[in-house]
Design a protein around this ligand. Structure first.
Ligand code: SF4
Length: 386
């Protein structure tokens, strides 16, 4: 099992903003989701491709590893294609670093130690490139969730500190470049910082928070960083923040003002996430730990009928005189399944011009949302007509 630092780089957004979260989370079981396991698998595949490309492993070792990886239940042509998007990008960056400095240092899956600023702090960098003037840290994220920006990204900045600490002395480095590649979201985000700015951030933002976090001290501060906190369902500070809306003092007039509606909209997403986290936690405890919640019981939800054995159903119907045409329908695979079956490259080549993306359903989003605004109903109608 992978080793984790108490003050991990991936959780830095949390312990920097809410220092006491680190010790609270420590007491909870690690949540290793199916997605996280798939991500680890994708990283192993990427490492194998890059290690072979770099001549770090021989052909026989490469073939042996690849054969094993291809037998893994997580392996699919689609996953392989996405991993190749990352490795192609990584090779391009390796070539650029070598063009800058012939003997640039290339490190794969490197343990990066940033404990000079954070007690016991370390993480693993997918790809680190050390060349004259520039230190580059590249991270692959394999999820299908949200596109993550490399700008002001604490995780990437901590990795960079670790890399700088360990390898910065090899060359005269002034710039740190950080890139997050998310092949499944078609997203590549890059940020650059001077070494001076990075060290200023480490000294003035990170060190104080890390010290408090390590000791389990400091103020609780709920925010977006609660989303992956292990105590997100039971944290009192988060509950108090969210119940503020329920306690909102809605005064006269009898109908809400525009400002009040906007206040509800501002709080709504986080409020619904919090409710869903609490419900999920309560259900999990009841099912898996036999927890009895006063006034609640476990019941069976609505279910739908299903065939016990599809082959036997078909045989029974054919024996009763029904033809194949009557009992079977041919259905084209859906887009996701088709992409998985034929691979992304083939899918794009063979089905070019045959896949469209209709406009999505209009919804309200905050001004900060990256998508362009759809101005009004007339514009929506016009778009739908053309
Ligand atoms: S849920 Fe949010 S406020 Fe509570 S400990 Fe975790 S990060 Fe801090």
């Amino acid at each position: 099992m992978a080793e984790h630092a108490l003050l991990s780089a991936s959780g830095a957004d949390r312990w920097i903003n809410c220092p006491p979260s680190a010790r609270l989370e420590e007491a909870m079981d690690d949540e290793t989701s199916e997605y996280a396991r798939e991500g680890s698998f994708a990283h192993s595949l990427a490492e194998t491709y890059l290690a072979y490309h770099l001549g770090q492993i021989k052909k026989s070792e490469y073939n042996k590893r690849l054969k094993k990886l291809k037998q893994d239940p997580f392996y699919s042509q689609e996953l392989d294609d996405y991993v190749r998007v990352y490795t192609d990008f990584a090779i391009e960056k390796i070539n650029e670093a070598r063009a800058r400095t012939a003997d640039a240092v290339v490190l794969l899956e490197m343990k990066l130690d940033y404990s000079e600023w954070v007690p016991g702090g370390f993480g693993t960098g997918d790809l680190v490139l050390v060349s004259d003037d520039v230190l580059e840290v590249i991270d692959m994220k394999f999820g299908r969730g949200i596109a993550v920006s490399a700008i002001d990204n604490s995780q990437m900045q901590l990795y960079s500190l670790g890399a700088l600490n360990q390898f910065g002395c090899l060359y005269n480095i002034n710039t740190v470049r950080m890139t997050i590649v998310q092949p499944r979201l078609d997203s590549i985000s890059t940020a650059e910082m001077t070494v001076d700015d990075l060290l200023y951030w480490a000294t003035n933002t990170v060190m104080g928070a890390a010290e408090k976090a390590y000791k389990g001290e400091g103020e609780f501060l709920p925010g977006d960083h609660c989303r992956f906190c292990r105590v997100r369902a039971t944290c009192r500070a988060r509950a108090e923040e969210n119940t503020k809306l329920a306690c909102y003092d809605f005064r006269e007039p009898p109908l809400l003002t525009d400002e009040e509606i906007v206040e509800v909209l501002d709080a709504a997403d986080e409020y619904m996430r919090w409710i869903s986290d609490v419900q999920g936690y309560a259900l999990d405890q009841a099912i898996n730990n036999g927890k009895q919640w006063p006034g609640y019981k476990l019941v069976e939800g609505r279910s739908i009928r299903k065939y016990v054995d599809e082959t036997k159903v078909a045989e029974a119907l054919q024996a009763a005189g029904y033809s194949e045409d009557q009992i079977f329908e041919r259905v084209l695979l859906g887009i996701t399944k088709m992409e998985k079956a034929v691979g992304k490259k083939q899918f794009n080549e063979v089905l070019s011009g045959l896949v469209e993306k209709p406009p999505g359903k209009v919804k309200l989003a905050p001004e900060s949302d990256k998508r362009p605004a759809v101005r009004n109903a007339a514009e929506i109608d016009f778009k739908e007509e053309i």
